[in-house]
Ligand binder design. Structure first.
Ligand code: T46
Length: 135
């Protein structure tokens, strides 16, 4: 599975680090929505869905967490622990987020407004959607 990371430029000096992200330059889509999650306990596992259309870039701006990506054929776990790296998650990628450190803040840049009807929450439906349903 090809995992795509964006390595954002770090503008660091004696005052600390700064990363700037511009739509259609540093990431491949226009940003319609930004959301972030924090205070996820160590036992928490979130996600369990894919999307029909939504593209996203995930950035762990503080702490660390893991992301399981599943394209219907392969699964891969990615450790998120660097605020200067963005993980591209296409629509057709089942995702689960877990192992959050107590200080973790996971920020998401999204290509679309929030739309509950864009979610694929059933795993078999996801496999059908990606055309890899079990025979
Ligand atoms: C995704 C992963 C990485 C809103 O009202 N607006 C929003 O933009 C979002 C994202 C969520 N919500 C509400 C809907 C639920 O009542 O916030 C609550 C938690 O959302 P959800 O259970 O979908 O959260 P996760 O962590 O399972 O999934 C989220 C995104 O929804 C999803 O698109 O790819 O993060």
């Amino acid at each position: 599975m090809d995992i795509q990371f964006f390595n954002f430029i770090k503008h660091g000096d004696a005052r600390g680090q700064l990363v700037a992200i511009e739509e259609l330059k540093d990431i491949p889509f226009s940003i319609k929505r930004v959301y972030y999650m924090w205070n996820a306990g160590p036992e928490v596992r979130r996600g369990y869905h894919a999307h029909k259309k939504l593209q996203q870039v995930l950035i762990c701006v503080r702490g660390r967490c893991k992301i399981l990506l599943d394209d219907g054929t392969e699964k891969q776990v990615v450790l998120m622990d660097d605020p200067s790296k963005g993980l591209y998650v296409s629509n057709v990628m089942w995702r689960e987020m877990y192992d959050f450190s107590s200080d973790a803040v996971l920020m998401v840049l999204a290509s679309e407004y929030y739309d509950p009807s864009d979610y694929i929450r059933d795993y078999d439906e996801f496999l059908k959607f990606v055309g890899k349903e079990k025979k």
